[in-house]
Design a protein around this ligand. Structure first.
Ligand code: SAM
Ligand code: DTB
Ligand code: SF4
Length: 338
């Protein structure tokens, strides 16, 4: 006789999850939750594979937004050195290095409130064309986009656009005052409308409540279709930002949130993004068990530290994880269990 709640639709693709249902999942005993997430994972993704992504900051610091977590906001003194937009040739040199390191997805971040028009945008388009020609998945995160800009990026060969919802709509105003949730949703709609895949997730450890994490997951899972990519970041606490003295997040909260994301969005690539440097190998292992199947490689994220390549090699070896050796965009979901 089972004492567990029934789970008739485990692994179904749904866009009508209620907050209550998501709350029930979120509050399951952790090992039961991780078990269910792994079942969903196995039904939609090959076991033991991770996608390795490479991140480059193509324009750094001096951002007019006031995101309380961000070392690149011009509102805070964080010691991040400002750098204007990189030349396409320099970015392409990094993309080649990323490919040689085994990465199959190349992500470019710019500290802009919104993507500018004119020569800087043309330079980004040229860079996107170049990276796509290397056979890598290409992702950009440039702030808000217009529909026209999204279409131009699509034509240039962009695979994905990263634009995080970050947290629940209710908590958003505590973290950012220079834009609203609706702005984020509008850009995501422009990205989707242009036929670019969506990368959207959030940050944990900013002082948000359990309800806020559930609210974020609810927003993501209500997008139609679901984002193809869901980065879950652990706050990197940077001196000078308003969130610098937040207490450290219990890594099991990452595990729990990743597990719920995996169950709600079965086909998505769930990315264990920022915060791995602050996490033990054991915590990272649990995140993979909960359904994370991607990480950023390389010793630096945008401005903060990431594990060393040698550490990641050892981690993959010890966990028996094998990086994908070719792009995976569009492949998830075509897989029917193993
Ligand atoms: N300016 C663009 C934007 O905000 O969409 C793109 C760059 S922004 C740095 C990309 C994402 O990095 C943010 O949405 C946020 O989720 C994440 N991020 C920034 N600072 C972080 C930190 N200290 N810890 C964890 N994640 C962070
Ligand atoms: C995402 O969700 N995480 C990445 C990527 N998308 C652009 C960025 C993490 C940034 C961490 C802080 C930094 O290094 O500046
Ligand atoms: Fe600017 Fe993006 Fe940082 Fe916010 S998260 S301050 S928009 S770079």
């Amino acid at each position: 006789m089972s004492t567990q709640p029934r789970q008739p639709e485990l692994g179904a693709i749904r866009h009508d999850w209620t907050r209550e249902e998501i709350g029930e999942l979120y509050r399951l005993p952790l090992l039961e939750l991780v078990f269910r997430a792994q079942q969903v994972h196995r039904a939609y993704h090959p076991k033991g594979r991770v996608q390795t992504c490479w991140l480059v900051s193509i324009k750094t610091g001096g951002c007019p937004e006031d995101c309380a977590y961000c070392p690149q906001s011009g509102h805070y003194q964080t010691g991040v050195e400002r750098r204007e937009l990189m030349d396409p040739g320099d970015v392409l040199a990094q993309a080649r290095r990323a490919r040689e390191s085994g990465a199959t997805r190349f992500c470019m971040g710019a500290a802009w409130r919104q993507a500018p028009d004119g020569p800087p945008f043309d330079a980004v388009l040229e860079t996107v064309r170049g990276v796509a020609a290397l056979g890598l998945e290409v992702c950009c995160t440039l702030g808000m986009l217009t529909e026209r800009q999204a279409q131009l990026l699509k034509q240039a060969g962009l695979t994905a656009y990263n634009h995080n919802l970050d947290t629940s709509p209710e908590f958003y105003g505590n973290i950012i005052t220079t834009r609203v949730y609706e702005d984020r949703l509008r850009t995501l709609a422009a990205v989707r409308g242009a036929g670019i895949t969506v990368c959207s997730g959030g940050i944990l450890g900013m002082g948000e409540s359990e309800e806020d994490r559930i609210g974020l997951l609810h927003q993501l899972a209500s997008l139609r279709p679901h984002p193809e990519s869901v980065p879950i970041n652990m706050l990197v606490r940077v001196e000078g930002t308003p969130l610098a003295s937040q207490p450290p997040l219990d890594p099991l909260v990452m595990v729990r949130t990743i597990a719920v994301a995996r169950i709600l969005m079965p086909t998505a690539m769930v990315r264990l993004a920022a915060g791995r440097k602050q996490m033990t190998r054991e915590a990272a292992a649990l995140c993979f068990l909960a359904g994370a199947n991607s990480v950023f490689l390389g010793e630096r994220l945008l401005t903060t530290a990431n594990p060393l390549p040698s550490e990641d090699e050892a981690l993959f070896r010890d966990l028996g994880l094998e990086p994908y050796d070719a792009p995976v965009a569009g492949r998830a979901g075509a897989f029917h269990g193993e």
